[in-house]
Design a protein around this ligand. Structure first.
Ligand code: SF4
Ligand code: MSK
Length: 634
């Protein structure tokens, strides 16, 4: 094992040691074999967009300064970045498309396992799309909405409807700078077309398309996915659950849902409490069925059904190495191709389900919403039947698991702050204006073996709440902090500054609010809109005392998210540098120049304490511009 400390998480350390003893290769071993990573790739100045290449730029200025076609470092790095944004946006947008399809099938009676769970939200959402709602049957309205949304995917001109949620000044910024996304699929397609050899050769123009593309994700596909998931599966409300590998049970059938789209995980969660299946599990010698999740689909069923989180991205292989998982069911995104081979060292079955995502070595059971519950029951039965094959002598479940509170939404924050009869964002704005809370930071994104995994999130978040910054989280970043016990109300008294403590005590909330999976970063956008609407802390998102961070990002989705926040006026700090530093001009554009266009920008800083300093300085600068009172407890 590398002598370097690779994580502070005890469960992860314990399971990696077991993996090594059993000669099972995990992500950390594979990463070591890749080191040193390619210098050209790390700087973002290699290109293989056509067969004149592959080409690379000499960063020392001695060798080639442009590719065979003439593209220089700026163009190459910008095209690479735009392709990442396009791929990340495509993932979220496709996720949204799947949810629309389920809404359509459910509303037309073709997917009997699904129904409208939040009719109030459906009506509100349909009105935003200009649909007539009065006196209309819920299913008819849902059907019309689904068809309207599909049209927005294929729209060729105009503006995405949900951008209307933004403050007027924000909309003006987008319109004046020609940044408005025109259609969801259109922006991703155009991004790919522009990056072909000999199309867009101006790094600034390439990055402007990057903004339109990313906005089509944040204010399009992701926002649609979030809202429709609430409509279909129910709007989350805070609930307690646990996080870390210790949620696995040695006497129960352990099933893990892994991936992103909640359509399948929701059906599995529903079927897992079916008394007939629980009885079948008992007949096979188990004391019950234990459902847990990995990655973002875990956070979908956590926030709606209180299903515990077995781990984040880096723990997916380790979960299998416990020898206690009877079946892992995967859909797509962030699912490592190594899983079937690791599962083959144990009795564990890996079941893949999505026609977009095939995993050689897994059992493939294609998921169809029309038969969602039947398929879910069949898969759970398969897990139960696999339970007796578990080799008890090879089971090793770490003890670690911590309580967390998940399930916060923009709507719930209203209720939490104002009560059932006076829902309002005013106490949050007041707390910021009066200097009890400094501002709000979104700490989101993945976990990454290049860093001391999880620690960057934990150190950053502790430092921010100590300085009275309310933190909101999504994705694997939230799981990392949950495992440290930061997502419970009690954490305020242990870690938060006095001002934030007072607010948490008054409201009864944690100092770190869990807003769900990575697609639910759209909730951060809508919460920011509500802060502006409430008044007193800025007229557009860039004026708010808020900032974002993706300390351990790894996925292209994180880049799309990071860029849609910049396009929406936020400063976002990445802990793990993005490969663009081989282009001085592009680096300058994303870290400085873009601020004069949208008010947002990127920063890069691997040290979490320095990262907190950058965020706090940014928030303080915004507070000064707004002429807010000094902090109450400096
Ligand atoms: Fe080389 Fe230009 Fe082709 Fe890229 S597009 S591989 S820089 S010739
Ligand atoms: S799962 S995108 S590792 S947050 Fe959304 Fe986690 Fe990042 Fe995947």
């Amino acid at each position: 094992m590398s002598k370097r400390i690779f994580t502070g998480d005890l469960a992860t350390k314990e399971m990696r040691a077991i993996a090594e003893d059993s000669s099972i290769q995990t992500i950390w071993d594979r990463k070591l074999k890749q080191e040193p990573h390619c210098g050209f790739g790390t700087l973002g100045i290699c290109c293989k967009n056509c067969n004149l290449g592959p080409c690379r730029i000499d960063p020392f200025g001695e060798g080639a300064q442009c590719g065979v076609c003439g593209a220089d470092a700026d163009v190459i790095a910008a095209r690479n970045l735009l392709r990442h944004i396009a791929a990340g946006s495509a993932c979220h947008n496709d996720h949204g498309r799947e949810i629309i399809k389920t809404l359509l099938l459910a509303s037309t009676g073709k997917a009997p396992g699904y129904k409208i769970n939040d009719a109030v939200k459906l009506e509100r959402f349909a009105k935003e799309y200009g649909l007539e709602t009065s006196g209309k049957d819920v299913n008819k309205l849902a059907e019309e909405l689904a068809e309207r949304l599909f049209k927005e995917y294929g729209q060729q001109s105009g503006e995405l409807m949900l951008t209307n949620r933004a403050p007027k000044k924000q909309i003006d910024i987008w319109r004046v700078n020609n940044l408005m996304p025109r259609g969801i699929d259109r922006e991703v397609t155009e991004a790919l077309a522009r990056t072909n050899i000999g199309v867009d050769n101006d790094y600034r123009s390439i990055m402007m398309q990057g903004m339109r593309t990313a906005l089509s994700d944040g204010w399009g596909g992701s926002m649609i996915a979030t809202d429709l998931s609430d409509i279909l599966f129910g709007s989350p409300e805070p609930l307690r659950a646990k996080a870390n590998l210790g949620v696995l049970k040695d006497d129960q059938v352990n099933i893990i849902v892994h991936g992103h789209v909640p359509i399948l995980s929701d059906a599995i969660a529903t079927a897992s409490v079916d008394p007939a299946l629980i009885q079948l599990a008992k007949d096979k010698g188990a004391s019950g069925i234990n459902l847990a999740g990995i990655c973002c689909t875990a956070l979908e069923v956590l926030s709606r059904k209180g299903v515990s989180v077995a781990g984040n991205f880096l723990q997916q292989e380790l979960a299998l190495i416990t020898g206690a998982v009877d079946l892992m069911i995967v859909d797509l995104q962030c699912v490592m191709p190594s899983l079937p081979s690791i599962a083959s060292c144990f009795h564990t079955k890996v079941v893949s389900t999505n026609p977009r995502a095939h995993f050689p070595g897994s059992v493939y059971i294609e998921f169809h919403e029309e038969k969602g519950m039947e398929i879910a029951r069949n898969i759970i039965t398969m897990a139960i039947e696999n339970f007796p094959k578990r080799d008890k002598s090879r089971v090793h479940i770490p003890k670690e698991s911590r309580d967390l509170v998940g399930g916060f939404t923009t709507e719930y924050i209203f209720k939490m702050l104002g009560g059932n009869y006076r829902s309002t964002f005013s106490p949050l704005n007041e707390a910021i204006i009066s200097g009890r809370i400094r501002g709000v930071a979104g700490v989101v994104g993945c976990d990454n073996p290049k860093l001391k995994s999880g620690e960057t999130h934990i150190t950053l978040v502790k430092e921010l709440i100590r300085k009275d910054v309310l933190v909101v989280q999504t994705g694997c970043a939230a799981t990392a902090c949950a495992k440290e016990g930061l997502l419970v109300p009690e954490a305020a008294f242990k870690y938060a500054g006095k001002g934030l403590q007072e607010i948490c005590a008054a409201v009864g909330c944690p100092p770190v609010l869990h807003l769900g999976p990575c697609v639910d970063n759209s909730r951060i956008l809508t919460a920011c809109c509500e802060m502006v609407k409430e008044g007193g802390i800025g007229k557009s998102l860039d004026e708010l005392p808020v900032a974002g961070a993706a300390p351990e990002w790894m996925s292209e989705k994180a880049i799309a998210i990071g860029w849609y926040f910049v396009a929406s006026g936020a400063m976002v700090v990445f802990g793990n540098p993005y490969p663009l530093h081989g282009s001085h001009n592009l680096t300058k554009f994303v870290t400085e120049e873009v601020e004069s266009v949208t008010g947002g920008k990127w920063a890069f800083e691997p040290d979490p304490i320095q990262m907190a300093k950058i965020i706090i300085e940014h928030i303080d600068k915004k507070r000064q511009a707004l002429k807010l009172k000094p902090m109450m407890y400096p």
